[in-house]
Design a protein around this ligand. Structure first.
Ligand code: C2E
Ligand code: MG
Ligand code: MG
Length: 499
């Protein structure tokens, strides 16, 4: 072998040794990368559910906040806690608890959009980032979807478990709310929801925002809101249970805050009352509801009754009756097509005056409904003493009408009592077909709730009514899909709030 040939062979050998070494190093590198990835995943993900943990969530939230600030958009945080996880861990073992957490994570994920971030900070808690929402009310729809997703029971180790929870929601407006504050606010709202009972959500209220930011600012915004046309009404159809026919609409007030988006009435009416603006606002609501109801009739829709909610102080205002009469005259709406909703507590004040006002309203054809019936001072005496047409069974009874025997009995008794006094009964907050069937079996007259329709903007309401009116124009039509005592949801996709 020549020196030259030896050198080539040596070179080839060395080359293959080097190649082997490089492959070895590459493998070591790959294993290391995988180890690093596993470590990173472990550091930023929850071991049980595989969801992002608190730190990763915080990171996502900070990024979403920065983006929201640039786009002048809104970010919401939804804090969800599961009830009785400890009990399940203690009685069925930790493996069962872990399985439940995994299944709950799956249901939550399915109730969210692709772009939403679901994380598990630990224990019985989940936290959700909604990076782009139009308003606080948008986020409440997510809460509703989550509760709906939990309605079907979970099967863990052959045990069928019904799981409840609570939700707190907070929203970052355009101005300075840090990620920490947003999480804290959602957590505090969740604590308030817990106080209200299982499957309740609470939003970090405008009232809280008012306290945290500048109460004067909020009041000023509200003072200007009427002038700036920031109030608007949504309408929720009321449906006759026997025929599936739309018989009325309830007007529900919303405030389009320039920065916070659409705000629910329960969040700002207490402030409006405190600052003494309830009278002009109520007058605006009454006029708007009557005007729009008249408009419905003028555009050829069959006449419907519009229900208007009244603050408890309103009924006792000295000029209330004159205001109603004046508005009916101005708008040309017949009194028969107006219903005033009052609460039991409003009736309990100034009994003689109340009786006179209600009788005078009845004289001009206006109907009276008792709202949230069963939750206030239920003195049954006023049912016969006052001129009342309608009882609205509160949502809290309807919610558990199929699962809680006492609530079912209370509802049955309310309906029987109302019928024996010649009153109609409407059930509020009907969300499931089971509730609907049950109410049908109790001979409840009318129903209202998300199952039939969400509260709708006026244009959507027109469409809803048109879609549910027979083609020949005679309003004998039923809600689409009405079949015996079963109604299918006929409303447009969950809207509705905030648009
Ligand atoms: P309410 O009169 O008892 O109205 C029913 C509430 O339940 C409405 O909430 C409605 O959107 C909601 N709702 C209807 N169906 C369902 C359902 O299936 N599931 C659930 N979870 N909720 C349902 P909203 O619009 O937030 O109004 C809350 C309350 O604010 C009303 O309770 C009423 O007391 C008051 N309010 C609304 N508009 C006015 C108004 O113009 N003036 C006054 N003074 N109060 C108003
Ligand atoms: Mg009402
Ligand atoms: Mg009510």
């Amino acid at each position: 072998m020549t020196t030259e040939a030896k050198t080539r062979r040596q070179l080839l050998d060395e080359n293959s040794v080097l190649k082997g070494r490089i492959q070895e190093l590459e493998m070591i590198d790959q294993v290391r990368n995988e180890e690093i990835q596993i470590m990173v995943k472990a550091a930023f993900h929850d071991a049980i559910t595989g969801l992002p943990n608190k730190d990763l969530f915080y990171d996502h939230l900070c990024q979403a906040q920065a983006l929201a600030k640039r786009n002048q958009s809104l970010t919401a945080v939804v804090f969800f806690t599961l009830d009785r996880l400890k009990l399940i861990n203690d009685s069925l073992g930790h493996a069962a608890g872990d399985l439940l957490l995994k299944q709950v994570a799956g249901r939550l994920k399915a109730a969210l959009r692709e772009s939403d971030i679901l994380a598990r900070p630990g224990r019985d808690e989940f936290i959700i980032l909604l990076p782009q929402v139009n308003s606080l009310l948008d986020a409440t729809l997510v809460a509703e979807r989550i509760f709906t997703s939990l309605q079907t029971s979970f099967t863990i180790d052959n045990h069928e478990l019904v799981i409840t929870g609570n939700i707190g929601i907070s929203l970052s407006p355009n101005y300075t709310v840090t990620a920490d504050v947003l999480i804290k606010n959602a957590y505090n709202a969740m604590q308030r929801a817990k106080e209200a009972g299982p499957n309740q959500y609470r939003t970090y209220r405008a009232l809280d925002i008012e306290a945290d930011f500048d109460s004067l600012l909020m009041e000023n915004s509200l003072r200007l809101a009427l002038q700036k046309n920031e109030f608007y009404l949504h309408y929720q159809p009321q449906v006759n249970l026997l025929e599936g026919r739309v018989v009325g609409i309830e007007s529900l007030l919303r405030w389009q805050h320039p920065k916070l988006g659409s705000i629910a009435p329960t969040d700002f009416i207490p402030i409006i009352e405190r600052i003494g603006l309830i009278e002009p606002l109520s007058e605006w609501v009454l006029r708007e509801a009557c005007t729009q109801n008249k408009r419905l009739q003028q555009s050829g829709h069959p006449p419907l009754k519009v229900a208007v909610n009244l603050s408890s102080s309103q009924l006792h205002q000295p000029h209330f009756l004159q205001t109603v009469t004046k508005i009916l005259k101005e708008t040309g709406l017949d009194g028969r097509f107006l219903e005033i909703e009052i609460t039991e507590s409003a009736l309990a004040k100034n009994i003689t005056e109340t009786a006179t006002t209600l009788a005078a309203l009845a004289n001009i054809g206006v109907h009276i409904a008792i709202d949230d019936f069963g939750t206030g001072y239920s003195s049954l005496a006023y049912l016969s003493n006052f001129k009342i047409d309608n009882l609205k069974i509160d949502k809290s009874f309807v919610d558990s009408i199929t699962s809680n025997t006492s609530n079912a009995s209370i509802s049955r008794a309310i309906i029987a009592l109302a019928h024996s006094l010649g009153l109609r009964v409407i059930a509020e907050g009907v969300e499931t077909r089971e509730q609907l069937s049950f109410l049908h079996s109790l001979s409840c007259d009318d129903v209202q709730g998300y199952l039939l329709s969400y509260p709708l903007a006026f244009a959507d309401l027109e469409q809803f009514i048109a879609a549910n009116t027979r083609a020949n124009g005679i309003f004998s039509g039923s809600i689409k899909g009405y079949d015996g005592n079963i109604l299918w949801p006929a409303s447009p996709a969950p809207e509705a709030f905030g648009h």
